[in-house]
Design a protein around this ligand. Structure first.
Ligand SMILES: [Zn+2]
Length: 233
């Protein structure tokens, strides 16, 4: 029977090939969403093991962030970039969840998440959620939650304004562009707690800075940050 099942699976995969979301190659029977090679070759930063790292340094003098890290480097043509594109622009939520889960288990085993109470995805503007159908940071957060057991909340921190497209803007412009577009609906839910902000890609850190500063206005709140990828300028 196993033989017949395998034969049937092979037949189905001829009709509907399962392709890797990182490199597009055919997946083996034991692989799911991303192939073993892509999994191994993800350019991991391991910043979660180094408190003084380039992502943490982005926020020096800008926002009081406890810990900050990113899973991988976001290089042109890199496999993780393809995976994130599949998540954001082709709506493949499973790949975002899976990457979040992989990163979450690394964060957990390194002790990065110890002391953290709650995950808050960086909110998208409602109009963008309507267009895309989902918030990619929320999908990634759900994956991190599955690996760490930390709860995710999407009601505390919301986005009130849309920012223009951020390309070709200076760092200062970007900052003024996202300042004041987030707001905290429930201060009591975060007071005395340590929250983990989750984003897909960190570039200048302006969006995170704006979120964090809004959260910190509550008082007696600790904010840490992780993203799936760090785009080096
Ligand atoms: Zn692959």
């Amino acid at each position: 029977m196993d033989y017949l099942t395998d034969l049937w699976d092979d037949f189905i995969s001829l009709l509907f090939p399962r392709l890797c979301y990182g490199c597009g190659s055919h997946l083996m029977r034991n692989e799911n969403l991303i192939c073993t090679e892509c999994y191994v070759l993800i350019p991991r930063t391991n910043y979660h093991q180094v408190p003084d790292n380039p992502v943490a340094r982005l926020f020096w003098g800008r926002s009081f962030i406890e810990k900050a890290a990113a899973f991988s480097f976001y290089n042109r043509g890199s496999r993780i970039r393809n995976m994130i594109h599949n998540l954001k622009y082709r709506g493949i939520r499973e790949v975002g969840f899976e990457l979040g889960r992989i990163y979450g288990s690394a964060l957990r085993s390194s002790g990065f998440t110890s002391g953290i109470d709650l995950i808050l995805p960086v909110p998208l503007h409602p109009s963008k959620i309507r267009k895309r159908g989902f918030n990619q940071s929320e999908i990634i957060s759900d994956g991190i939650s599955a690996a760490t057991g930390l709860p995710v909340d999407v009601t505390i921190l919301i986005r009130t304004g849309a920012s223009d497209t951020q390309t070709r803007r200076s760092r200062f412009d970007r900052w003024t562009n996202v300042e004041g577009i987030f707001s905290v609906l429930d201060h009591e839910a975060i007071r005395g707690r340590h929250v983990l902000l989750v984003d897909d890609v960190i570039t200048t850190g302006s969006t995170i800075e704006s979120c964090a500063n809004e959260l910190l206005k509550t008082g007696d709140v600790k904010v840490s940050v992780v993203a799936l990828a760090y785009a080096v300028y």
